[in-house]
Design a protein around this ligand. Structure first.
Ligand code: HEM
Length: 211
């Protein structure tokens, strides 16, 4: 991917992320920490659906992550991590870290702990997206590592499900974001199931051809 293209894509994703966060804050009256949390979740969702959608358009196997000029995944992934970090920083402005995560802290502390694991994994994956690191790791290790993106997604799903459905930090019960994020989680689950079935079908077809 050439540097100019990447810069333009970063600018577009960055402006989009900040604009959505501002819309949430100014128009929907949602505090900054939650606005950035929501933007971060949306970016991760977009990064994850791009793969299967692009596969439908470009069925060819991707030989290297560096050879995907049509993908926005890298930019979405980096901005996902950045906005998640901003979410974490805003959360820390109001509460001390040890009040957020502590032994005996119940569901909230567990949910925050899960969020922290997701954030640490996201930071690791962001650093391993640097071209030089990808070359150093090799495509296979890079692919294995980035399969963890789904783990991050499900960790965040558990994190938001706690706040939306099992806590009373806002109004009791989910709001529009709770329903939207649940639908997005189901979409990712369905896409993963379809991808799994397609892999099995492909394996079966190639083993029939070989026999
Ligand atoms: C990759 C990292 C993370 C992502 C993507 C993320 C995302 C989210 C999402 C989507 C929500 C639900 C917002 C809503 O109900 O509208 C949320 C809520 C929340 N998260 Fe996270 N989170 C992350 C990490 C963390 C960490 C590390 C902490 C603290 C240790 C944390 C603390 C909270 C808190 C306190 C809330 C309740 C809403 C608020 O105060 O803004 N999150 N997060």
């Amino acid at each position: 991917m050439d540097a100019k293209n990447t810069l333009i894509q970063h600018t577009i994703v960055g402006v989009f992320s900040l604009a959505i966060a501002a819309v949430f804050y100014f128009l929907f009256d949602i505090r900054w920490s939650t606005s950035f949390a929501r933007v971060s979740f949306i970016l991760l969702f977009l990064a994850l659906i791009i793969g299967p959608v692009m596969k439908l358009k470009k069925p060819a196997e991707v030989s290297s992550p560096l050879a995907i000029p049509w993908s926005w995944r890298g930019e979405l992934g980096i901005w996902f991590t950045l906005t998640a970090l901003v979410h974490f920083i805003f959360v820390l402005l109001n509460r001390s870290f040890f009040k957020l995560i502590y032994v005996g802290g119940g569901g909230g502390a567990l949910s925050n702990f899960i969020g922290l694991i997701a954030l640490l994994l996201a930071i690791v994956l962001t650093f391993t997206s640097i071209n030089k690191v990808i070359i150093f790791l090799g495509v296979e290790s890079w692919k294995w590592l980035h399969g963890l993106t789904y783990v991050i997604f499900y960790l965040i799903a558990a994190h938001f499900i706690y706040y939306q459905f099992f806590s009373t930090y806002g109004e009791i019960g989910p709001d529009w974001f709770g329903y939207l994020a649940s639908a997005m989680t189901i979409i990712i689950l369905i896409l993963q199931a379809i991808a799994f079935v397609m892999v099995i079908k492909k394996r079966k077809a190639s083993s029939l051809e070989n026999n």
